[in-house]
Design a protein around this ligand. Sequence first.
Ligand SMILES: *Cc1c(COP(=O)(O)O)cnc(C)c1O
Length: 396
Amino acid sequence: MKKTTLTAVGGRDPARQAGAVSPGPVRASTIVAPTLAEFDAMKRVRPGDGLTYALHGTPGVFAFEEALAALEGGGRSRVCPSGLMAITAPLLCFLSPGDHLLITDAVYEPARKFCEITLKRFGVETTFYDPLLGEEIAALMRPETKVVFLESPSSLTFEVQDVPALARAAKARGAVVMMDNTWASPLYFQPLAHGVDVSIQALTKYVGGHSDMILGAVTATDAVYPTLQKTWRALGVSAGPDEVYLAHRGLASLPMRMAHHHASGLKLAAWLQAQPEVLEVVHPGLPEDPGHALWRRDFSGAGGLFAFTLDAAAAPRPALAALLDGMRYFKLGFSWGGIVSMLTPSDPRPVRSAGGWPRAGRADGQLMRVFAGLEDPEDLIEDLDAGFARLRAAAR
Ligand SMILES: *Cc1c(COP(=O)(O)O)cnc(C)c1O
């Protein structure tokens, strides 16, 4: 079955849904048994494997988790309240005091804080590794290194990681490999097929897709799922049926939206490359990008998130404000993956410790993250064109 068919039919079984095409949300707390025999049988079901108590899942949640696991290409998927929790909960499931964690230096920043503050408090030591390391990560591994965490490409600086090489090196030394795959979604990259044990995504972004919900998901291989499940259950991780319903609804149109984001993003990238104030466009889908070869090898698309570096001399603060304050379609904020296009001025320099930003050979300036939303790219280019005209007038 092709992925576009999977997203359309996954978790949708009219026979189980009174003939309806989609499973609706089941709002429940307790799940009641009609007889003592069925009550006893319910107690024998492992939480998450069937109906026991709504904390561990309801029919709509199980249907969505099935659809997600199919798109991920195997394993077991579990939903949780946010993308951030889809990172933090698995780390809690696999790490204990005295353990060591290797996490990419280009990781989503709130995840970095969780390692530096919370995991440290629980006696777990974190090393941030250069995202461009491959097999060489072996040199950083210790006997107590239990997890190697990837995010590729980074959702701010877009370094593409050699996922199979990192996974091979990590697993050869007994570590569990986790990856935040929000940038590509399982439509454009399947972590499990590239050696990852735990695939993570913020459904808030592309799967939800409509800028109206927060949700996360974790997909674990059958081999590591039992370890995940034990602490997942102990933590009481659960997601509301209405958010899960919205995510399932979003899943059906994911391939069409992703194709639009991908094509629109490349059009904006090409336009930006031609602007004199733009020093560099950071987009693995561009042939001149340092990550392009790896991206081509492993990914089947890019979505709409990338960045560009603005010449700092050409864009002093008032000029940057002139550009951003007058945008018609582009919104100023943090999230992405939804309906609207976004611009996010960012500075990764203060937090990076391994490999650094910008790397040797790359442009140094004001980093601007761009998300190409569901609007027509021609309107978006017109918006950017007017913005750059304001920037030039203000800088003069
Ligand atoms: C947004 C995001 C998250 C967190 O998702 P929330 O649902 O907002 O908590 C995690 N990883 C990446 C790469 C993201 O972009």
